[in-house]
Design a protein around this ligand. Sequence first.
Ligand code: BG6
Length: 510
Amino acid sequence: MATDFPAHHRFASGELFLQADRLEPCVLVIFGAAGDLTRRKLLPALYNLVRERALDERFAVIGYSRATQGDQAYRQVLHDSVVSYSRSQPIDESVWQVFAQRIAYVEGNFEDPEGYVALRRRLEEIESTIGSEGNRLFYFATPPSAASIILHRLSEAGVMESSGSDTPWTRVIMEKPYGRDLESATELNRIVGDVLLEDQVYRIDHYLGKETVQNILVARLGNTIFEPLWNRKYIDHIQITAAESIGVEGRGRFYDQTGVLRDMVQSHLLQVLSLCAMEPPVSFAADDIRDKRVEVLRSLRQFDSLEVFNHAVFGQYRGYRDEENVDRQSRTPTYAAIKCYIDNWRWQGVPFYLRVGKHLAQRMTEISVVFRPVPLCLFGRDDVCQELEPNVLTIRIQPDEGMALKITSKRPGDMLEVGSVEMDFSYSETYPHPIKDAYERLLLDAIKGDATLFARRDEVEFAWRFVTPILSAWESATRKQPVFYAEGGEGPVEAESLMDRYSRQWREIE
Ligand code: BG6
């Protein structure tokens, strides 16, 4: 194997990596090194971290996958990906050149012990060259079914240290979907627990790394005008929408076996819901926050198989069955709308509406908190009353990140006329710097050993506990077809049936 991996002193003059000791050194090993996630997200994120001098100088990446290629060919593939997908454009070739020298490639499949022997050799060689002190971060950018064999092979090859906190540490980032249902996720947790301590496991959900998702708690708890109202007394319902304008984008095989419930609801949507609904944590320490997120998931009302169809609508975009590697008779939903309840003191009786789908009118992820109407007709005037709309706080997760508050105001003029107006805060207008990509934040956190924005073992299991009955009801109702919806629209109109009161309606996807 070609070894053109230079010693660290050659980088010292490059000054692109942090010279300070803020971050610990480490080698990141990526399984699924040629995959979509690595090319679209991980490498562009790492490139941007290097560009912003956020990584320690003693940092390197090893990609591990089946393809036969050397370091140079692998770097070229990654270069092209960074050019296409980096958030900062155009890319700075001089930064890339420095970073590229820290990227190595090892060929091997997930099963074959010999691949892991080669990996170990390369890892040790690079560690001694760059002086990364034995800290290792493994990233499983692989399907959940591969996790168990990779873990065992790594363990047999003797490359896993047994601590996530003490130096030298070994940490493992595991991609979603974490399992396929409650049973497989519980089994995966058991297998992971046989090899690793919980403080070594970083179950990633990139929504938690989004700046605007982290702002949910700050907006709620940092503003006196919101938290006292944040409960069943003042809130009518909450809608969480994650609409995408794209379809499955060449991921037909993966998507057809996964579907929207596993791909988006079990992870991203439930994480956002937890942050909207959780109790204030005692502190911002990882487990204090995770304890509160878990409480929400535990309180989610579970549906039995009959109730599922009164609370959920499953859709599929019309061209889905023609996508490459998708079964021509596939029932896999690409859209779901679910009405759910959190059975606790704060939220009793308040519906949370989740809506998520591909190929909709716009890319739009947002939370809308719809407040209760005022108790009495304003000034006893029916005509004024007709114009009153409820207050809505909208947290725009992406794009056009920001928050808007809809309030009622008198229209200027001699008559008593009222209407809704909006107070709007936009990140791009307020903050000069572009927002970091979620993967940048999460990779840094994993290197720092901060698991706050990663899911804990019980958290994924409780999320599956809610989703699995919905999945099973859908998968076993083989005679039911998903509702087919036109690409570029709002999704199936059937979702309106979940809005059971005349005054409630889905927010427009605009
Ligand atoms: C991923 C899903 O986790 O999230 C994709 O697998 C989806 O299907 C993506 O497109 C959406 O992420 P974002 O950050 O673009 O909202």
